[in-house]
Write a protein that binds this ligand. Structure first.
Ligand SMILES: [Zn+2]
Length: 509
């Protein structure tokens, strides 16, 4: 009995600082994320859960004392790395580790990692890491001093024990919150996945002509995190899409009403939207990267291909999407990083000059759009909505929603300008985001959807519009006529391959 009691008190009597340290290292990121969006209750429940967890780790460490020192060191190294990565992600991306980041880490090779780290790791970061390691070492050393003190005053052990009981009660009462936290979509996913160079997976498809008329410019604008219900094109009560609405009123823009994205996060979506890989119905042994890309098919049809991106060529979020850029004849990436990296960079590329030597061009734009960190997605001159415009929302959320709507308004301006730059060509422009986002729309959170089916469904609903220039419409009026017949039908963006080839007057055999 005494042995059991000693063991249960081990985290308190022998390694209280170690227990607290594990608790802080493991819980900080998640608790921060919840506090940042004013989810204080959820943050506290999670903190309680992590306390129970840290206590249990200390109990395991105390099971067999001869190796407890080694176990402690391993635990601190693992959680120290987890904490550092979280701090890094929070400072660079304003988010903790997400499925996007995990997927990119899996798909990153050595050179890309080096380049990425050189961009972000400077003297300040190295000093932080050195200070951090020293602090961890000092805290563990101090545990020995504290142990002697606590053993003199064992009655104080009631405090952490009471705390532990309260935390266990909190965990039991709020297990639903905690189950969500550990849902596989929103938490850690460790499926090893090989690094893909799409250039090594070309399929050499046979492309045949189905029409004698071919648009001279086929333009794809791939947006980012655009929630359909925040677009005034689809009835949102704030005027977030004035430029696109104007084009719609001129009858040159066709607004599709029932379009979904294949998944709710970037890396997942890009496995489907730019190739003929489908969510369902693929041959069982076909991998997404062994399907035919729109770029290769259009290239075979005689189109010169270009990629213009305001996202990065390498790095956390970017390896998989930008992999497609390496299939293009020419690609541009915004050389700037950090603040001021707005989507109007895309307007600075003179596509007229770049494509002058080619009769037919496929141009793919990849926007930063309404990516998380909404307040960083638009310049001050587009701060049109403020928290006061959302009187029924708590202030902190109203601010986030107003930032999101401002980012949408700015996105509307950029997309409108890009479309207008093609109005004198025989051009077709298709604009849609990789996926939507939940800005407190159906859940109490914002961001990519979690386990909640309603939130996933919400994040898959996306705007989808097609612009046909007057010159192309005169030459090939059937394109618009056919699209008008399709615009109310349910469609997933995993079928974009067929749509693009059909509009361009081709088909894959
Ligand atoms: Zn995305």
């Amino acid at each position: 009995m005494q042995k059991l009691k000693d063991w249960l008190l081990y985290p308190y009597a022998n390694c209280l600082l170690f227990t607290v340290l594990v608790w802080i290292l493991y819980s900080t990121g998640t608790v921060w994320q919840n506090f940042a969006i004013a989810e204080y209750r959820c943050g506290l429940h999670l903190a309680a859960m992590y306390y129970v967890f840290a206590y249990m780790i200390s109990l395991v460490v105390g099971l067999y004392k001869p190796i407890s020192g080694v176990l402690k060191a391993i635990v601190i190294i693992v959680f120290g790395i987890y904490f550092s990565v979280n701090v890094f992600c929070i400072s660079v991306y304003n988010t903790t580790i997400t499925p996007d980041i995990m997927a990119i880490i899996r798909a990153t090779n050595y050179d890309e990692t080096k380049e990425f780290l050189m961009t972000y790791i400077g003297a300040k970061e190295i000093l932080f890491m050195v200070g951090f390691v020293i602090a961890l070492w000092a805290i563990l050393r101090a545990d020995n001093i504290l142990r002697r003190f606590l053993n003199k005053y064992r009655y104080l052990s009631a405090v952490p024990i009471v705390l532990l009981i309260l935390a266990i009660l909190s965990v039991c009462r709020n297990y639903r919150v905690l189950v969500l936290e550990f849902d596989s979509e929103s938490h850690w996913i460790f499926n090893a996945e090989e690094i893909i160079d799409l250039r090594l997976h070309k399929t050499n498809p046979t492309i045949s002509e189905t029409d004698s008329i071919h648009p001279s410019q086929v333009v794809l604008l791939v947006g980012e995190s655009f929630a359909k219900n925040h677009s005034s094109l689809y009835g949102y009560d704030k005027l977030t899409n004035p430029c696109l609405e104007k084009l719609q009123a001129d009858s040159s823009l066709i607004v599709f009403e029932d379009v979904t994205s294949p998944t709710t996060f970037t890396v997942g979506a890009f496995k489907y939207i730019l190739n003929d890989y489908r969510l369902e119905g693929n041959p069982s042994d076909l991998k997404w990267y062994d399907s035919t890309t729109i770029i290769e098919a259009m290239s075979k049809a005689g189109y010169y291909t270009m990629w213009i991106s305001n996202q990065s060529p390498y790095g956390m979020y970017d390896n998989l999407p930008s992999g497609y850029s390496r299939l293009c004849d020419k690609s541009y990436f915004n050389p700037h990083t950090g603040a001021g990296k707005y989507d109007e960079y895309l307007l600075t590329i003179d596509t007229d000059t770049a494509t002058a030597a080619h009769d037919k061009c496929l141009i793919i734009y990849h926007l930063m759009g309404q990516h998380e960190m909404f307040d960083k997605r638009f310049p001050e001159s587009f701060r049109h909505f403020t928290a006061d415009d959302y009187p029924n929302r708590p202030p902190r959320r109203a601010k986030i929603i107003s930032d999101y709507d401002n980012a949408t308004l700015y996105n509307d301006y950029v997309v409108g300008e890009i479309i207008n730059s093609y109005k004198d060509h025989e051009a077709i422009v298709i604009y849609f985001p990789d996926h939507g986002i939940d800005v407190f729309d159906v859940t109490e959170h914002f961001g990519h959807a979690g386990a909640n089916a309603e939130s996933i469904e919400h994040c898959k609903k996306v705007p989808f519009v097609v612009y046909i220039s007057p010159a192309l419409d005169r030459k090939a009026p059937n394109i618009k006529k056919n699209l008008m017949l399709e615009k109310d039908k349910a469609m997933c963006t995993d079928t974009l391959f067929d749509l693009v080839l059909r509009i361009a007057g081709y088909a894959k055999q």
